[in-house]
Design a protein around this ligand. Structure first.
Ligand code: HEM
Length: 470
C-alpha cells in the first residue's frame, strides 16, 4: 500500500530494494551503459523494487519488473484478498469480482464495449465537456480554480447519458455521491492497513466499520436511482440497435432473460461508474497539471487543435478525436508519470518462478505500475515530460509491459479506447479556449499525491486560466 499525501518521488524512495543481482544482470545486458554504468546502476537500484510485506495474514510481494508483470498478469486472474473490503460499496462487478463470477460476466458484458457502440457516445461526451467548461467559466474568480471536482461531476453526467442511456438532467445527488465514494475509498485503504479490522466481526463494531456501513447506505441509492430512471424509459420502443446495446440497456435485457439478478445489475453499474469516471477524471487532471507546467508542450497541443478546428468552435467529431495524435501522446506521457491506477494486485494459487524469483502460492502480488513507469533503464531521464516517447517507432522498442496504465493480461482494462476518447474530449474542449497555468507546483516532482484506491492530485488540479489569444 502506498503512503498517502506524498510526492511521487517520496513514494518511490519508500520502496525496499532486495533484488540487486537481477538488476546488475540487466545492466550487463544494456549496451548503452558505457561510462555511466555506476551512476545508472545506482539509479536503477534506487528505483526498482522487490519487497515482501506482511499485512496481517496476507503476504504481499511487490514487483516492478516488466517480465514479472507479463507472466503474473497473464497467468493469474484472481484479484487480491483486499478487494473483498471494497465490496460493500463497489459490489461484485466486472472490475472487482472473483474469477468464477468474472468469467461468465465478462462474456455477457463485453459486447457493450463494441467499438461502434462506443463511437456513438462522442456527441454526448462532447455535450458534457462543454458543460464542464461553462461550469468552470461560471465559477472562475480570476485567480485560480480546482478543475477536478468539475471534471468528475461532468464525467459522471456523461456516463449517465452514454453507458446508462439516461437523461443526466434527471439525475440528482451527483456531488454527494462523489464525496461519499471518495470517503469510502479512504476507509477501504485504512482497513487494509489495519489487520485487526480484517475479520468482519471486529470491523462491523469498529468506528471505521460503522462509518463504512453508513456510507454504503448512502452510496447505493444513487445507483438505484439510475436503475429506476432506466426502468421508466425501458418501454421506450427505440429501434436504434446501437442504443439497445448500451451498457445499462444490455444489463437490463440480461436481467429480463434471467441471466442476472437485480443486485448483479446494480453491482455492474456501480463498478463501471467508478472504473470509468474516476480514472479518466484523475488522469485528465494530471494531464492539465503537466501541461500547465510545460507551456511549450501545451502550445504544441493547441497548435494541433488549431490545425484540426481552425478558428471555428464547431463540435468535435470522431474523426477529430482520431486526429488528435499529439494530444494522445501527451495523455500517455501523463499516464506514465501519474497512473491513476498505480498498481494492480493478484492472488496467486500456484507457486511460480521467474528468473529465479519465487512467488509462492497464496501470496498477493502487487505489480507496481508506477515504479515500472519510472525505471531509468526503460525510460531514460524518467522525470522528463516527453510525449515523443510514444512515437510509434519509440514505443515498439520497449517491453510490452514497460507501459501498462491499463493493466495487462485477460483482466486488462475493457475501456482503453473509450477512456482515451473521453480524456481527449475533456482536455481539448478546455484547451481550445484557454491556456492553463500552474498555481502550486513548478515541477512534476512537486505534485502532491493522494491515494485511496485510485491516485489523484492532492490539490484537485488547481490552475490559473487565461483566455487564448489566437
Ligand atoms: C485513464 C483511464 C483508465 C485507467 C487508467 C484504467 C485502468 C484500469 C486498470 C489498470 C485495470 C486493470 C485492473 C487490474 O488488473 O486489477 C482496469 C480494468 C477495467 N477497466 Fe479501466 N481504466 C480506465 C478507464 C476505464 C473506462 C473509461 C472504462 C469503461 C468505460 C473502464 C473499464 C474497466 C473495466 C470493466 C475493467 C475490468 C476488466 C476485467 O477485469 O475484465 N476503464 N482499468
Amino acid at each position: 500500500m502506498q503512503k498517502k499525501n506524498a510526492t511521487r518521488e517520496e513514494l518511490l524512495k519508500n520502496k525496499k530494494d532486495t533484488n540487486l543481482s537481477d538488476k546488475e544482470q540487466q545492466i550487463e545486458n544494456d549496451k548503452d551503459v558505457g561510462e555511466n554504468k555506476e551512476a545508472k546502476k545506482k539509479e536503477i537500484s534506487k528505483m526498482s523494487v522487490e519487497a515482501k510485506l506482511w499485512f496481517g495474514p496476507y503476504l504481499h510481494i511487490i514487483t516492478s519488473r516488466p517480465k514479472d508483470a507479463d507472466q503474473l498478469l497473464t497467468n493469474f486472474l484472481e484479484k487480491s484478498s483486499f478487494f473483498r473490503y471494497a465490496d460493500m460499496c463497489f459490489g461484485n462487478g466486472l472490475v472487482t469480482s472473483q474469477v468464477e463470477v468474472w468469467r461468465g460476466r465478462k462474456k455477457m458484458i463485453i459486447p457493450t464495449f463494441n467499438q461502434k457502440i462506443l463511437n456513438s457516445y462522442t456527441d454526448a461526451l462532447q455535450k458534457h465537456s462543454k458543460r464542464f467548461v461553462s461550469d468552470v467559466e461560471k465559477s472562475y474568480d480570476g485567480n485560480s480554480i480546482q478543475l477536478l471536482p468539475k471534471i468528475w461531476k461532468h464525467s459522471l453526467d456523461g456516463f449517465c447519458e452514454t453507458f446508462a442511456d439516461i437523461d443526466a438532467d434527471l439525475v440528482v445527488g451527483q456531488d454527494q455521491y462523489l464525496t461519499n465514494v471518495r470517503r469510502f475509498e479512504e476507509l477501504v485503504l485504512e482497513r487494509c492497513l489495519k489487520p485487526w479490522l480484517y475479520p468482519n466481526f471486529t470491523f462491523k463494531h469498529s468506528p471505521l466499520g460503522k462509518e463504512t456501513t453508513k456510507l454504503s447506505e448512502n452510496i447505493w441509492p444513487f445507483v438505484t436511482q439510475l436503475m429506476n430512471l432506466k426502468k421508466m424509459t425501458l418501454c421506450d420502443n427505440s429501434d436504434d440497435d446501437l442504443k439497445k446495446k448500451r451498457h445499462l440497456n444490455h444489463l437490463f435485457s440480461l436481467l429480463a432473460e434471467k441471466y442476472m439478478e437485480e443486485e448483479d445489475v446494480a453491482a455492474e453499474l456501480q463498478n463501471m461508474i467508478l472504473a470509468s469516471t474516476e480514472t479518466t477524471s484523475y488522469s485528465s487532471g494530471f494531464t492539465f497539471l503537466a501541461l500547465a507546467m510545460h507551456p511549450e508542450i501545451q502550445k504544441n497541443v493547441q497548435n494541433e487543435l488549431d490545425s484540426i478546428f481552425g478558428t471555428s468552435d464547431r463540435d468535435i467529431t470522431l474523426e477529430d478525436v482520431i486526429n488528435m495524435e499529439y494530444l494522445e501522446r501527451v495523455i500517455k506521457e501523463s499516464l506514465r508519470l501519474f497512473p491513476s491506477v498505480p498498481f494492480v494486485m493478484r492472488n496467486i494459487d500456484k507457486t511460480i518462478e521467474i528468473d529465479s524469483h519465487v512467488f509462492p502460492a497464496g501470496a498477493d502480488i502487487v505489480v507496481a505500475i508506477m515504479n515500472i513507469h519510472m525505471r531509468p533503464d526503460l525510460w531514460p531521464d524518467p522525470w522528463k515530460f516527453d510525449p515523443d516517447r510514444f512515437l510509434p517507432e519509440e514505443a515498439e522498442k520497449r517491453h510490452r509491459c514497460a507501459f501498462m496504465p491499463f493493466g495487462h493480461g485477460s483482466r486488462v482494462c475493457a475501456g482503453v479506447k473509450i477512456a482515451m476518447t473521453m480524456m481527449k474530449i475533456t482536455l481539448s474542449t478546455l484547451l481550445r479556449k484557454y491556456d492553463v497555468k500552474p498555481v502550486l507546483y513548478k515541477s512534476l516532482k512537486e505534485i502532491q499525491l493522494d491515494y485511496a484506491v485510485f491516485m489523484m492530485p492532492k490539490d484537485e488540479c488547481q490552475v490559473v486560466l487565461e483566455k487564448r489569444k489566437k
